[in-house]
Design a binder for this molecule. Structure first.
Ligand code: GLU
Length: 480
């Protein structure tokens, strides 16, 4: 079994295409299939090597591995379509020689006029086959005018194409309804997608084409080409669409659509892969948080989703938070560090095990890695400026006694070894405050906020020095 992902390097890796790549990868894992990466770069104006590099990089980041591709090599290369023009040319010559394709000299303007006429008459435009039967003299005359021909595929009349799609079921197309003879080679000699995709799928011995449903209308064209060339046709599975919350095609308007941006914002590759898989497949048990190995065990060509999936950005965020919580502490600390550096924290001099305690205390509040500076500031900053709520609490008359006693303790009897265990208990005992009247001002003094991790987590991580600095600061501002 051989599967493939065939990106066009005309921009970033779109989240919808990433889903196709992920599902192909999971199916390849499931069936022990060979995974082929083919770069479809024949749109010369829009394709770039930078885009190809960034797409491959994003795929690798997602953890997707392929067996054959432009970088990996393989027996069926080259794996960039722009390097296969001589192969396509041979097939074009065969089609022309067998009169299954023909040169078309209609100019852009003439085609435009035909299109306009069709639209004014309320018909869909179908190329009327004007150049189908040109004689040699007519052709010579058109060539003499300097016209550069395209090559059109001669769509046979009355042929039925039946596709037994693994997802859509039986889909029937009539050759008369696919828009007429279509261009397979442009006038500049560049062959078009619908033509070469099937040549490559066959030459690369792809057994199953798993791709987006938007390609379903292209499939009869590809099958007719294969038939005309006597090439075998792969099996197909067209994945249901991914929609935005308003059920229109997913676009930037709905939220982030670039894999690269998810990566920079601090989504975990495993979480993104998990979520994307769920946009095309569901576990029978209803479980949603599943690792690659487990999905690969359960997924099947026959149990991919039949209905359109709505991309739920909130749910992806939530799922990412679950992965952040479940991740190995050392690994998640490494992943958080660049986000702390971006926010201006130099963590290189910090004790690693202390930093891991900080991360462990705050990761529960982070849905994406870039949330971390906001929450870790509580431990990393020297002083915490109290917010409005905390200031109001510190102004309360009952708080004054708490501040004064905290100050007395921290500058007197408490030290490195006793601070963590005794600070809160002694304030309680010596002031008689308890419950909210005790915890709220202490929390406000030490963290600048009334919310956040529990004091018995916070105080030991902060340690004596930071507690002292913060209490002294608050005492200076609020004690009087
Ligand atoms: N290169 C096509 C695209 O990016 C994919 C073609 C296919 O899967 O057949 O949409």
């Amino acid at each position: 079994m051989r599967l493939r992902f065939a990106p066009s390097p005309t921009g970033y890796l779109h989240i919808g295409n990433a889903r196709t790549a992920v599902l192909n990868y999971l199916l390849a894992r499931k069936y022990g299939a060979t995974y082929v990466l083919r770069v479809e770069d024949t749109d010369m104006e829009r394709s770039t090597r930078e885009s190809e590099a960034s797409i491959l990089d994003d795929l690798r980041w997602l953890g997707i591995r392929w067996n054959e591709g432009p970088d990996a090599g393989g027996d069926f290369g080259p794996y960039r379509q722009s390097e296969r023009f001589d192969i396509y040319k041979k097939y074009t010559d065969v089609l022309l020689a067998e009169k299954k394709a023909y040169h078309c000299y209609c100019s852009q303007d003439e085609l435009e006029a035909m299109r306009r006429e069709a639209s004014e008459a309320g018909r869909a435009f179908v190329y009327p086959g004007k150049c189908r039967r040109l004689g040699d003299t007519e052709r010579a005359a058109l060539e003499a005018q300097g016209r550069k021909p395209t090559v059109r595929f001669l769509v046979p009349d009355d042929e039925t194409v039946v596709i037994n799609d693994h997802i859509k079921g039986r889909v029937v197309f009539e050759s008369g309804n696919i828009g007429g003879d279509f261009i397979i080679v442009r006038s500049d000699g560049v062959p078009v997608y619908n033509y070469i995709v099937i040549i490559d799928d066959t030459l690369m011995k792809i057994t199953h084409v798993v791709r987006g449903e938007d390609h379903l209308p292209n499939t009869p064209k590809q099958v007719l080409i294969a038939r005309a060339l006597g090439l075998p046709v792969p099996e197909y599975a067209h994945l249901s669409l991914v929609l935005g919350s308003d059920r229109s095609k997913l676009s930037k308007r709905h939220g982030i659509t670039s894999v690269d941006v998810y990566r920079r914002e601090g989504y975990l590759a495993d979480a993104l892969v998990n979520y994307l898989a769920m946009l095309g497949w569901a576990a029978e048990s209803g479980e949603e948080i599943l690792g690659v190995e487990e999905i690969a065990r359960q997924i099947e060509m026959g149990n991919l989703a039949r209905s359109a999936a709505v991309f739920d950005f909130q749910k992806l965020r939530w799922m990412n938070g679950m992965y952040i919580r479940a991740c190995d502490l050392g690994k998640i600390t490494d992943l958080f560090i660049p986000h702390l550096s971006d926010a201006g924290y130099d963590v290189s001099g910090l004790d690693r095990s202390w930093l891991e305690r900080v991360i462990d205390a705050v990761r529960g509040n982070c849905e994406v890695l870039s949330d971390v500076p906001r929450h870790a500031a509580l431990f990393l900053d020297e002083i915490m400026e109290p917010d409005a709520e905390a200031s109001a609490m510190l102004e309360e008359p009952d708080s004054k006694a708490v501040i004064a006693e905290a100050y007395r303790l921290i500058t007197g009897e408490l030290n490195e070894t006793t601070c963590a265990a005794e600070l809160v208990g002694r304030i309680k005992k010596n002031t008689g405050m308890k419950g909210k009247k005790l915890f709220m001002p202490v929390r406000a003094m030490l963290t600048g906020s009334l919310h956040g991790p529990e004091l018995d987590v916070t105080v030991p991580i902060l340690g004596y020095e930071k507690c002292r600095k913060r209490i002294e600061y608050i005492h200076g501002r609020f004690a009087g």
